[in-house]
Design a binder for this molecule. Structure first.
Ligand code: ATR
Length: 504
């Protein structure tokens, strides 16, 4: 009884209050669902009991569930066509929904195409709010604003879970907030990788809550812990500065784990999240719309952002690529922190003349930052690459020397060896771009691959007694430089040790 009272009390507090984080319960039994809630209690404001995920034997006890937790509960029995697991006729599903409503649920999710059901009638009589849901796993209906307005006019809560296929689709979703200002109670979310920003910035979407799970059950869903701890999505307000990383793919970027804790460390009201971007041009429209304050740029957009920048640094101009964009007065300004992240630890050795000559393996995008940085600091550089033409082009542009990969042994006397290709990266960890090259203990060896930390090449260099520089440290350094560009502050010192990105 106490649980029921508590549930009602929470309901009163939360509805019309601040938006919430909803945990989708995926346990197979009532007990497992309660435990799942208990484990994640600190993160959630509301839970959704997915009866379709419960074993048949637990379904008769669904009505007891709301009294076992002290937050509002949504009752849902999702059919397979909407991404659920309910097997059985539509008639039996609706009958089950109706009987479950004997419990004191706060909300019931009834699909938008289910008309005049007994469950609906029972819910209305009991004062249970109805969420009218529509799922689209392959795209976006072209009448989303109309659908939302229509459902809302009936007093129900519209829930639209659609699958944006591009940044333009995501823009359409984010426009819901301004197009439907008067519809206060609504849930709109984009599934899949393009949709992730709409899940995290659900408050900017004007959604009542966002759905998370302990182990994600829908496309693009993230764990409740990530939502609450990494992104602190529920703390976003109208003054929160939005930052992000754009790329394709992008959702596995480490950058949110560098930037978000940093923002918190300096008490900066800001959030940093991944944006899967198919068109840079569209992203700049979204960036204006969401008033994005700055963003990191990763493959394949580092060159494509250049035409949109009003101001660039000398390094961006030289390298022809930009990995950091910040909003300056009325224009976007671009820098390249890969350049500094790379060269910074070498400067003492360059200044002391310990490094005067360098061999750079590779002539791709990463090599461009490396070669320009070394050359600008007065090192004598030779580029070796599988594709000789590419090495030649970069060498001519940077006024350095070049050769084929097979001739690596001719350069065993250099002070510094830098490995910029993808060779040796997981999963091909046994590969080595210069297997016949003999290192000597006076050399410094710099590997840009960060997964694994010790590539085959670095292991050989270690055995030869060389001094090593790791890709993971460069990644962190460039991230810290981005943080400075974004905030104007140094990255908080006390957080530095917690950036152990190797585990992933
Ligand atoms: P990035 O931006 O990471 O540098 P990139 O521009 O595609 O990526 O460049 C990849 C680099 O890795 C190139 O130097 C490429 O050599 P080619 O120019 O000959 O393609 C190099 N690379 C990739 N796979 C390689 C392999 N199996 N052996 C040798 N070099 C390789």
């Amino acid at each position: 009884m106490q649980g029921v009272l508590l549930g009602v009390m929470y309901w009163n507090v939360k509805v019309g209050g601040s938006p919430m984080i909803c945990l989708v319960l995926t346990g197979g039994t009532i007990e497992a669902s309660v435990s799942q809630y208990e484990r994640n209690k600190e993160y959630v404001d509301i839970v959704e009991l997915r009866v379709d995920l419960l074993h048949e034997s637990s379904r008769s006890r669904v009505a007891t569930f709301p009294s076992l937790v002290d937050v509002p509960v949504i009752l849902t029995i999702r059919r397979q066509s909407d991404g659920g697991m309910y097997i059985g006729s539509e008639r039996s599903r609706l009958a089950l929904l109706e009987s479950c409503l004997d419990g004191k649920f706060d909300y019931v999710d009834i699909e938008d195409d289910v008309k005049r059901s007994m469950a609906e009638q029972k819910a209305r009589e009991a004062g249970v709010r109805i969420i009218r849901s529509k799922h689209d796993f392959s795209g976006m209906p072209n009448d989303i604003y109309h659908r939302i307005a229509k459902i809302s006019a009936k007093g129900d809560i519209p829930k639209l879970a659609v699958t944006p296929q591009s940044i333009l689709d995501l823009i359409t979703l984010f426009r819901v907030r301004t197009e439907l200002k008067d519809v206060e109670d609504k849930i709109v979310l984009g599934m899949g990788d393009f949709g992730l920003p709409s899940r995290i910035l659900y408050k900017r979407m004007g959604s009542l809550w966002t759905y998370c799970a302990e182990t994600p059950v829908a496309p693009g869903q993230i764990s409740v812990q990530q939502m609450k701890e990494l992104y602190q999505a529920d703390k976003v307000d109208d003054r929160t500065h939005i930052y992000g990383v754009i790329g394709n793919p992008v959702n596995h970027s480490f950058s949110p784990r560098i930037q978000n804790p940093g923002f918190r460390g300096i008490n900066f009201n800001a959030i940093y999240l991944p944006f899967l971007v198919d068109s840079v041009r569209s992203f700049f429209i979204l960036a204006e719309m969401l008033k994005i304050s700055g963003f990191s740029v990763t493959v394949p957009h580092k060159q494509q952002v250049l035409p949109y920048l009003g101001k660039i640094t000398r390094e961006v101009k030289q390298i022809g690529s930009c990995n950091t964009v910040v909003r300056a007065k009325n224009l976007w300004s671009g820098t390249n922190t890969d350049y500094y992240g790379f060269v910074e630890p070498l400067i003492p050795d360059i200044d002391s003349k310990e490094i005067q000559s360098a061999l750079v393996i590779g002539a791709g995008g990463a090599a461009r930052s490396v070669v320009w940085a070394l050359r600008n600091h007065g090192c004598k550089v030779t580029i070796i690459n599988r594709n000789l033409e590419r090495a030649k082009n970069l060498a001519q542009e940077t006024m350095t020397a070049y050769d084929t990969l097979e001739h690596a042994k001719l350069y065993e006397h250099v002070d510094l060896v830098v490995q910029t290709t993808s060779v040796g990266m997981v999963p091909a960890i046994e590969e080595d771009p210069i297997p016949d090259y003999t290192f000597n203990k006076n050399q410094i060896v710099y590997e840009l691959v960060y997964r694994p930390k010790y590539t085959k090449l670095l292991q050989r260099a270690l055995e030869a007694g060389c001094r090593l520089h790791f890709g993971i440290d460069m990644l962190i350094r460039q991230g810290k430089h981005q943080f400075e560009s974004f905030t104007g502050y140094h990255y908080p010192k006390r957080l530095e040790l917690s950036l152990d990105l190797e585990e992933d």
